[in-house]
Design a protein around this ligand. Sequence first.
Ligand SMILES: N[C@@H](CCC(=O)N[C@@H](CS)C(=O)NCC(=O)O)C(=O)O
Length: 214
Amino acid sequence: MKLYNMNLSNFATKSRIAIYDKGLNIEIAAIPGNNLKSPEYLKLNPLGKTPALDADGMIIAESEIINEYLEDKFPSPPLLPKTAEGRARVRSFTRFHDLYLEPPLRALFGQLNPKSRDEKAVNERLTEFNQRLDQLEAMLSPNGFAAGAEFTLADCALAPTMFFATNMLPGFGAKPALEGRPKLEAWWAHVQTRLSVKKALAEMGEGLAAMMKR
Ligand SMILES: N[C@@H](CCC(=O)N[C@@H](CS)C(=O)NCC(=O)O)C(=O)O
């Protein structure tokens, strides 16, 4: 199997964390043509997004579908609880991440340059993102990882986006993401001790440093 990856992508990092945590022998591959819209990559993944998994010939797109597939295919060690209720709890985080938390942060990527920044749009997105962080604070378990004492797909989804949040918000002069959010602060410190997260976030950091250089 092969994961079509970009280290700086929070969605690809979400799937790399699951792969590393399960200790899977999956090749982490560059995007064919080094471009998400190259004809050779679009042929594999018409969405032109990263990540995509080549599961021995079947291409699976969308990070959460990839992670759920990996869980189905390689259930041990598990990244989902055994009970239906536990699974629903984890999935409420992954869905919250994809639908509500990440989009306002993503909308800020195009506003990084202070010279061309649309201040009104930035303020709107920051307000929305802060509301989402408050909702996350309310949802987080006080027991170590996002959904409880066990590391799960919820942590895989949230950690890469929080990497961006903690690195990006100061650049907008915004209130730091962890300030006034004690559960989020405790979770963020704890999740970074997980070796799979440590490795994947270090790779994101390398990707960020390379982008800043450019
Ligand atoms: N919902 C998708 C989002 C993937 C995504 O947007 N990836 C970004 C990189 S972080 C990308 O490929 N962007 C290029 C584009 O949208 O054209 C997933 O969960 O995999």
